[in-house]
Design a protein around this ligand. Sequence first.
Ligand code: DC
Length: 218
Amino acid sequence: MGKVIAIDGPSGAGKSSVSKLIAERLGFEFLDTGALYRAAALYLRRMNMPDESPDSDISRALDGVVINFKDGRVFLNDEDVSDAIRTTEAGHYASVFSARKAVRDFLLQTQRDAAINNDIVAEGRDMTTVVFPNAWKKFFLDASEQGRAKRRYLQLKEKGMDITMDEALRDVRERDERDSKRDIAPLKKVDDAVCIDTTDLSLAEVIEKILKAIGDRR
Ligand code: DC
C-alpha cells in the first residue's frame, strides 16, 4: 500500500486543482474520485435508470462496467467521457446517484486499488472518512458559498459552457446539501484532518499550506 494524501471538501473548494498540483510536486498519482462518480452516473443515466431504483437494479446495471483513467482522461468502457462528465447536469446526477449504496459499493474497491502500488493524492467527499480512514495525511478544504460558486462559474465558463453566476450558486448549494446530508458516507470533516479555508487564498498559497503541513521542505 502506498502513501495516501486524502483531501475532502464541498464542490468548488478547489480540491481538484490543488490535488493535481500536489501530486505533481510530490511525484504521486492523482485520484479524482468525483470523476468516477460522474462517469458511473452518466452510465446509469444513459441506461435510463431512475435514481430511486432499487439497489439491486443499480448493482446489476453497473456489473461489468469499467471506469478508468489514462493520461489524465476518464474512460467509461473505453469511451473517453472526460468532457461529457463535466457539465452541471452530470454533476447533479453524480451527486444524486452517489447517495446510493449500490454506486458507492461499486466504486469503493476501484478507489482503494489505486493506492495498492502507488503513492496517491485522493480527493472527494469521503476520502478521509470511508475510503482511506488511515491515510498518511488528511485535509479538508472549504470556502464560502459565494467563493465556491464563483470558482465553479469560472471553471465552466472556461470550458465554454453556458452558465450564470446564479445557476452556479444553485448548483453548489444543492449538491453540498445533498452530499452532506445523505445517510451513506456524507461529506464531513474528521478531527485529524487539517482544515484550510481557501476563500481568500491563491492556488499557490493553498499548495504552500499543504506542503508545510506534510513537512515537505524541498
Ligand atoms: O468532486 P465532483 O464535483 O466531481 O463530484 C461530483 C459528485 O460526486 C459530488 O457532488 C458528490 C459525488 N462524490 C461523492 O459522493 N464522493 C466522492 N468521493 C466524490 C464525489
